[in-house]
Design a binder for this molecule. Structure first.
Ligand code: BTN
Length: 256
């Protein structure tokens, strides 16, 4: 069972994760975060965490699997921390913060556009950012992060055996999930602070950890399967790709 106190006692943050809502089970931490926002029960930096996420949401209406008491499923609620344009950077800040925090747990994942965390060409984690807009302002952002931590290959459903991995599968070591969460929260707050001062540093970091710079990639955008040469990020945090001889840009978050 996850101990929120252990997460808290390892925090070095001012706001991020200072309030933790722990649930032994729920459908989706992102969904619970949205409910807390809707009922005015959310505060900036609040973390929603569970030991058993039954209906985890992935991007493009995919499901996200989490091994009960083995994986990590968290959602961070942010109260409009950035301008609308800079909101596009939140998934990238989250990706960089996650890679940096997992470095001290035995793996250095590669980032795959827009938000996958890959180890040995298999997915170890994913990020789902969702926004709530009122009067054309981004009011709240929910950052959902799922990481496969202590799952064995048998714990993963068979359809994921070829495409997913976990920290345990990669390192052979059982990890204290609370410490991974506090490390992520500490790193996220630091990266957010640094981003507000220097956007380019974040862009350089994201590209440094990206596993497919200057390589042919395929990805789905607005339901369409696209192929192109991945050239990196532009100063707005959009992916720049070369498709049929032309540079095309794509952002990583769809504001709804
Ligand atoms: C993806 O790669 O498709 C994104 C996966 C995001 C999964 C996380 S787990 C915590 C949070 N709650 C959810 O329902 N989804 C996100």
């Amino acid at each position: 069972m996850m101990l929120p106190k252990l997460i808290k006692s390892n925090l070095q943050t001012v706001m991020i994760g200072q309030q933790i809502k722990y649930y032994s089970q729920l459908n989706s931490t992102n969904q619970k975060a949205s409910e807390l926002i809707a009922y005015n029960e959310a505060t900036h930096g609040m973390l929603v965490v569970t030991d058993n996420q039954r209906l985890g949401k992935g991007r493009r209406n995919n499901n996200w699997f989490m091994g009960t008491e083995k994986g990590m499923a968290v959602s961070l609620i942010l109260d409009n921390p950035l301008s609308k344009e800079n909101t596009l950077f939140l998934p990238l800040i989250t990706g960089v913060a996650t890679v940096k925090s997992l470095c001290s747990h035995g793996v250095v994942p590669k980032l795959k556009w827009p938000n996958d965390l890959m180890v040995s060409s298999k997915k170890i984690g994913g990020i789902l950012c969702e926004s709530r807009i009122s009067s054309n302002e981004v009011k709240y952002i929910v950052i959902g992060l799922g990481i496969n931590v202590n799952e064995t290959i048998e714990d993963l459903p068979e359809y994921l055996h070829q495409t997913a991995t976990s920290l345990f599968i990669e390192t052979g070591e059982i990890q204290q999930r609370e410490l991974i969460i506090s490390k992520f929260l500490n790193t996220f707050e630091m990266e957010l602070r640094k981003f507000k001062k220097d956007k380019m540093e974040l862009i350089k970091n994201w590209e440094f950890y990206c596993g497919h710079m200057n390589e042919e990639i395929s990805f789905t955008y607005n339901g369409e399967k696209l192929f192109g040469l991945f050239l990196g990020l532009n100063s707005s945090g959009e992916a720049v790709t070369k498709m049929n001889g032309e540079n095309k840009t794509f952002n990583s978050i769809t504001l709804d």
